[in-house]
Design a protein around this ligand. Sequence first.
Ligand code: ZN
Ligand code: ZN
Ligand code: ZN
Length: 256
Amino acid sequence: MTRIEFLGTGTSHGIPVIGCHCPVCTSSDPHDKRYRSSILIQKGNTSVVIDTGYEFRLQALRAGIEHLDAVLYTHSHSDHLMGLDDLRVFTGDAKLPVYSTSSVLDSIESVFPYAFHDMPYKGVPRLERRAVAEHSSFTVGNLEFTVIPVMHGCMRIAGYRFGKCAYITDVSDMLFDENDGYLDGIDILIIGALRDKPHWSHFTFSQAVKNAKHIGAKHVYFTHINHATSYSEINMRFAPYAESAYDSLVLEVDDD
Ligand SMILES: [Zn+2]
Ligand SMILES: [Zn+2]
Ligand SMILES: [Zn+2]
C-alpha cells in the first residue's frame, strides 16, 4: 500500500490570492483553500515529499510529518522550492538526500548554497545532492521512482513515476515520443492543470484530460489549480474520470 497525501494543490499564487475578492478566493468551501503544490508519499516506514513550496512548514505541521527519507524536486520555480530551509528539522548528522536532474539541482544550489556546504554554519539544513538522469530509476527506502521529463513552457523539468502512480505538475507538453513506454500502466495520474484559458507553460483541464487518456491513465487528479475555477465546478465538469485534488486529500493505492 502506498499512501499519498496532498500537501498543497494550488498554483504559484495559492488560493486565496492576496487581495482578490473573486468567488473562488472568497469561497466558504474549504476545498477552495489551496497551498502551493506538493505531495507526501509514504510506504511502510519510508516518507518522501515532492517539492517544498513557501508553505512547507505549515504543510508539514498539518500532515504531522516527523521524518523524511528524501525530497524530490520537479523544478526550481520558487513556488516549488522556497520552503527548503525548513528541511533543517529533518537533517542532523546525516544529510537529507535531495533528488532531481543535475540542472534542477544546480539551480537549487545557486539559491540555497549554504545547504550544500561541507562545513556548514551550525543549524542550517544539510542536504546531499543526488542527481538522477531522465528515465533513470532510483530507490528511496521502500519506494522506487522513475524520472519522467516533461516541458514546462520552454523549461525541461522532472515528473516522477512511482509504482502505478505518477506526479507530473507544471506541464505543457508530455513529450510522448521520449516517454514512450515509461507511462504505461498508470492507475493514478496526478497532473498539473491550471484553468480553462490556455497558458503557455501549463495545461488547461481539457488538455490534461486529453493527455491522460492518451497515456491510458485510469484516473486523474488535477493539481496546481488557480482561482478561476472552484473545486465543485471542476468536479461537476470532469468527474468521474478526472477530479480536483484538494489540500489534505489522502489516497491509498494498492501496489499490486
Ligand atoms: Zn508551479
Ligand atoms: Zn481570486
Ligand atoms: Zn513552475
